[in-house]
Design a protein around this ligand. Sequence first.
Ligand SMILES: [Zn+2]
Length: 85
Amino acid sequence: MAFTRATSKTHAALVRALAGKSGQALTTAEIRALVEERVPEIGQNIQWLFPTDHCDNHTVKGACECSQTDDAPLSRVSRGLFQVR
Ligand SMILES: [Zn+2]
């Protein structure tokens, strides 16, 4: 079985989980905990949720299509810390 970074699925879950959190600075662990709480159907796909894939000011190999666009839900503040846009 091929594993892919299901960034489109994790993107939608991330956007839902971050609703109402605009302006808050959250760590990777806090973001993942929020997604698991608010979007429990993410299940095992939580392992593919990397906040660094969904930043307007940062990108990585294999990032989501929102990366470096105005659709990105996060801005990278520092390593492991993100601000909700
Ligand atoms: Zn995204």
